[in-house]
Design a protein around this ligand. Structure first.
Ligand code: FES
Ligand code: FES
Length: 133
């Protein structure tokens, strides 16, 4: 496999992924996979006061998918949930200085994985949040 088409930033996020691992006190978890290739992403979020307070991920995928998931966590961390939900595949790709065309689909795992985790949070908080405060 050739790595020549990856930007230095992709390498950086691939070799040193940010926020990689399990978030023990997550209040939302999203899992998505691409059945075509068997790639899989699990995203843990901690949302408080409508802010993405913390996020972590575990992934099985190629270097581009790992870099995109890592970049996604940096893009959404600390943002209001509504704003973070709008982070797009294109923004992720731009953040890591581009991806070769045939790897663009790998970025979709990051953005959709985050959205699934937020949906999980909102379902849980509606179910269990009524008694709070
Ligand atoms: Fe399968 Fe990128 S995640 S090729
Ligand atoms: Fe699975 Fe790229 S090959 S996301």
């Amino acid at each position: 496999m050739s790595f020549a088409h990856y930007s230095p930033k992709v390498f950086d996020h691939f070799l040193t992924p940010r926020n990689n691992g399990v978030l023990e006190d997550a209040n939302g978890i999203g899992e998505i996979g691409d059945p075509e290739c068997g790639d899989h992403l699990k995203v843990y979020v901690k949302i408080e006061d409508d802010i993405v307070k913390d996020i972590k991920f575990q992934i099985k995928g190629c270097p581009a998918a790992i870099a995109c998931a890592s970049a996604m966590t940096e893009l959404v961390m600390g943002k209001p949930v509504g704003e973070a939900m709008l982070v797009s595949d294109d923004q992720i790709i731009e953040y890591i200085d581009g991806l070769p065309e045939f790897k663009v689909h790998c970025s979709a795992l990051g953005a959709s994985g985050f959205r699934v985790a937020v949906m999980d949070y909102s379902i849980k908080s509606k179910l269990f949040g009524a008694t709070e405060g």
